[in-house]
Design a protein around this ligand. Sequence first.
Ligand SMILES: Nc1ncnc2c1ncn2[C@@H]1O[C@H](COP(=O)(O)OP(=O)(O)O)[C@@H](O)[C@H]1O
Ligand SMILES: [Mg+2]
Length: 227
Amino acid sequence: MGETIINNSPLTEHKILTCKNISQSFDYELFKKINLELSKQESISIIGASGSGKSTLLNIMSSLLKPMEGSVVFNNKDIYKLKQKELLEIRRNYFGIIFQAHYLFRGFTAIENLNIAELLSGEEIDSELLKDLKIDHTINQNVGELSGGQQQRLSIARVLTKKPKIIFADEPTGNLDKDTAKIVMDTLFKYIKENDAALVLVTHENDIAFSCDKVYKLEQLQLQELK
Ligand SMILES: Nc1ncnc2c1ncn2[C@@H]1O[C@H](COP(=O)(O)OP(=O)(O)O)[C@@H](O)[C@H]1O
Ligand SMILES: [Mg+2]
């Protein structure tokens, strides 16, 4: 599994992820020479207008999209220079990616969905996490019977069950009411403190963004530091 990476250089660096001079365009230029550093136990958020490239930047940071220019360094390695197998190992063992649309296995119960994460990662389900997210009473229900907000929290629980070192979340509270959004954010903050992990969050909600340690706005091809 991830042994090669662990043995080569343990995750001792305080800086857990570094983006260097990242540029990307599709139909139009999205951003140019962006630099960003993420430390252990740190939470950062990225805000910006719709279409400014927030999701694209998160995809680049989280190993899903190779940028046109620049590098993403995790554990002293430029992840897009690694062999595909090594990149997949990093994604599987160290990165937790939370999408707005939740990819749960329908036709299975909530607990069965979590069991799959347990099986794949060798980590155990944390029952306190389910209580924190207020989904502990739903675990025997079928995914299809859960509300959108419950499904969203279940998919977050599934990602955290893997015990990732960096959580990348694209609008994780987008479909949630205010109280539930607060529960989710508190759970993510608690997770990164207890697991020496870090969080990168994309959101269009200002109050959610400013609950993170640092806030960046994607604007005029650059990241402006707001907090
Ligand atoms: N894989 C892709 N191929 C072509 N264009 C893309 C791709 N991904 C995103 N885009 C375009 O890049 C722009 C920014 O998209 P996105 O990163 O999703 O913005 P945001 O998340 O800030 O709303 C949009 O115009 C979108 O259509
Ligand atoms: Mg987006």
